[in-house]
Design a binder for this molecule. Structure first.
Ligand code: COA
Length: 162
């Protein structure tokens, strides 16, 4: 187990001893990954793409997939089966979709003290403000203001945390 941890530590830009990485989580491009204290990622999850960074106390639930350019604040929890996807295939007519270069509307930025419910999808270029809550099963296509409780597809605020 110690060897398992040390092998990750050597490869990550930053990984502290208080972190937990499930042996059944996949982390690709480890040099692009930087995490804070008490980072935890559960089984069946993956991180890949050009840049992933997060601050302290970030917890990634089972079966989450984080792809592309992603920045997350501190005290953030992603419930199971949530996907953050900042890159996708080009969809111009005339070229096979999968032969087109990747497209992105930009980095996904998630503030601090954010809870994202189960089975959510957060798309490219979206910013979720500090303190926001995203309801289970939501698809976040646009920015969510700080402290909003947002639900649905597309996700929109229904109220604010008091
Ligand atoms: C977003 C959430 C926190 C809101 O909880 P709440 O403040 O108690 O909200 P309410 O239950 O009072 O719902 C308010 C309205 O939003 C709707 N709503 C709540 N959650 C919703 C969701 N995820 N998607 C769509 N609509 C939702 C309710 O139906 C209700 O609609 P109405 O006013 O027309 O009756 C909660 O519904 C939720 O989705 N929690 C995530 C659970 C989860 O994924 N847990 C994983 C374990 S870590």
């Amino acid at each position: 187990m110690a060897f398992y941890f040390l092998s990750f530590r050597a490869l990550f830009k930053k990984l502290t001893v208080t972190s937990y990485i499930s042996p059944f989580a996949k982390i690709y491009h480890k040099r692009n990954v930087s995490v804070g204290n008490r980072f935890d990622i559960k089984s069946g999850s993956s991180i890949s793409g050009k840049c992933f960074k997060c601050e302290d106390m970030v917890s990634i639930g089972h079966g989450c997939h984080l792809f592309g350019d992603i920045s997350i604040g501190s005290h953030v929890r992603l419930a199971p089966n949530t996907c953050l996807i900042s890159d996708y295939y080009g969809i111009k007519k005339g070229l096979i979709i999968f032969s087109q270069p990747g497209v992105s509307k930009g980095r996904i930025v998630i503030g601090s003290d954010v809870w994202i419910g189960a089975n959510c999808v957060v798309l490219s270029g979206v910013e979720i403000g500090n303190g926001a809550v995203i309801g289970a099963g939501s698809v976040v296509t646009k920015d969510i203001p700080c402290y909003a409780i947002a639900v649905g597809n597309p996700a929109a605020p229904i109220k604010y945390r008091e």
